[in-house]
Design a protein. Structure first.
Length: 528
């Protein structure tokens, strides 16, 4: 009997009572029912109920991947909890490319763009032929202004799927955002060869119109508080030089007059634009201006060079600018020219998140038959940038001249400005785009040999509105206003200066290459 009892005890130890198994089975059944109810609530749009039910599922089954993923989708995009849940999900489901994409989207929403791009890189390694890997990353790169990376992303998609028309079409759009219209036309042509639809044909028409020979006639008027007026008209002619550069000629006449005297300025200049990357651009101009007043004429050189390098959104930015040109603000300045040669430099450095530090500096020489004067100044201040082309900042500016002058412009010993300024640019309202650069604040001026004056209000505004009449053809209106004793970018003729100007221009392509002829040439070339 003792042996039988021991055997029974041993069997009981090896095979526990079936009630535990029944409990586990019951819990699993309840969990599945909760998950089904949560999925049903999610599908009907009851987000609050779905979120509560998914949390109940995780309370009993913390590693349920579906509940983790779905709960993360219900939370505010980019929230800390959403990111943490998606990190748990990719650890549980390391082969699911969509998990890494969802985590990338959440990280982008939270402002961690580099980490978001890295997650999409992992997703691309898991599913290189999946379109969502490229379109999802494309949305992130487009929103933060990383246009060069956007182009590279779609180039990878077109390489992996060369027979996918959508890949080539998105590549064309990305190249157009980078102002690479010749390369965009090639991508659109590849898309059209695979899928002949009206959308692609229209896009190809637009790229060809932008890359062809164009004319831009313009007409402008300006006046200031001293009754000086300027009427300008002329035209730009542009040709495509290489796939990423253009060159052109500018001819212009300016009539300058006041109630008593007048003068004219005729200028001819060649210019070039080179943009090897969307974040790097070089503009150059060189020519001659003929100034005529009191039946006497003289020639003066025109020169300009501008280099811009701008890391998008979260990165630094650098700008260098050099110019040489005669001042044209008054008939007196036309009759007795004053040449301004000036160098300007600017640097933006990221500080924390959207906050940046801005520093600007300038140094110039004003040369006339009367004297040679110098001016120099700087501007510093914090900037808050909430999107690639939208910012607001507070700036302190200081500008001064070496000495007073009677050469026809106002040259104070010191001008100080404290200003609230903003720059906003929108290009997503096609066919309308606009940009505004405005500032308002206080300024005080000190003349040579006098005490510094009191602070007075100062305002400035520059705005541009462009309306696309059709691809390659746009009507542009540019306006400018200064209400300031002295301006950093302009040379004021007097101490109390107000200035208004407007310029209207029309850009249009001249007989751009037709889609039919472009496609015919492509068909005769070697295979892609």
């Amino acid at each position: 009997m003792r042996a039988v009892g021991a055997l029974l005890i041993l069997l009981w130890a090896i095979h526990p009572a079936p009630c535990d198994a029944r409990q586990d089975l019951a819990q699993a059944t309840v969990g599945r029912a909760l998950l089904q109810r949560a999925d049903a609530a999610y599908s009907t749009g009851d987000r609050e109920l779905a979120q509560r039910l998914y949390r109940e599922v995780l309370a009993s089954d913390p590693d349920n991947p579906r509940a983790i993923f779905q709960l993360a989708r219900l939370l505010p995009p980019g929230s800390a909890e959403s990111v943490a849940l998606l990190r748990r999900y990719v650890r549980l489901e390391p082969q699911d490319a969509w998990g890494y994409m969802a985590l990338g989207d959440a990280l982008a929403k939270s402002g961690e763009v580099d980490k978001a791009v890295a997650q999409y890189g992992i997703a691309r390694g898991k599913a290189p032929a999946e379109a969502d890997v490229y379109t999802g990353l494309g949305r992130i790169l487009r929103d933060v202004g990383r246009t060069d990376d956007l182009v590279e992303n779609y180039e990878q998609w077109a390489t992996v799927q060369p027979n996918n028309a959508d890949a080539w079409f998105e590549l064309g759009r990305a190249r157009q955002r980078a102002k690479r219209h010749v390369e965009a036309a090639r991508a659109y042509a590849a898309a059209y060869a695979l899928k002949k639809d009206e959308r692609t044909e229209d896009a190809l028409d637009g790229a060809l119109a932008e890359s062809g020979f164009s004319l831009r006639p313009f007409f402008g008027l300006s006046y200031d508080s001293d009754d000086n007026r300027i009427k300008r008209w002329g035209a730009d002619a542009e040709w495509q030089l290489t796939p990423r550069s253009r060159w052109g000629l500018r001819a212009e006449r300016a009539e300058v007059w006041d109630p008593f005297t007048s003068g004219t300025v005729d200028s001819l200049a060649a210019f070039a634009k080179w943009q090897p990357l969307s974040q790097l651009r070089l503009d150059a101009l060189g020519g001659v201006a003929r100034l005529t007043a009191n039946q006497a004429s003289q020639n003066r050189p025109l020169a300009g060079l501008r280099l811009r390098w701008n890391r998008p959104a979260e990165g630094p930015a650098v700008e260098l600018r050099a110019t040489q040109n005669p001042l044209l603000a008054t008939p007196g300045l036309v009759a007795q020219p004053v040449e301004l040669a000036e160098i300007k430099a600017g640097l933006d450095l990221p500080v924390s998140g959207p906050v940046r530090a801005r520093l600007r500096g300038q140094s110039g020489v004003l040369d006339s038959t009367i004297d040679v004067n110098r001016r120099s100044g700087y501007q510093v201040g914090p900037v808050y940038r909430w999107r690639p082309a939208a910012e607001v900042g507070v700036f302190y500016s200081r500008l001064g001249y070496d000495h007073a002058t009677v050469a026809g412009y106002f040259a104070p010993q010191l001008a100080e400005t404290i200003e609230l300024g903003t720059y906003i640019e929108y290009d997503t309202l096609w066919p309308l785009t606009f940009a505004v650069d405005a500032g308002a604040g206080e300024q005080r001026v000190q003349r040579f040999g006098e005490d510094v004056r009191n602070w007075i209000a100062t305002y400035r505004l520059w705005g541009m509105v462009s309306y696309a009449l059709k691809p390659g053809m746009s009507l542009d209106l540019e306006v400018e206003h200064y209400d300031s004793p002295i301006a950093g970018n302009a040379v004021a003729p007097t101490a109390n200066w107000r200035y208004n100007a407007a310029l209207l221009s029309l850009r249009f392509g001249v007989r751009p290459q037709t889609t039919r002829s472009f496609l015919s040439e492509r068909a005769q070339e070697s295979p892609r």
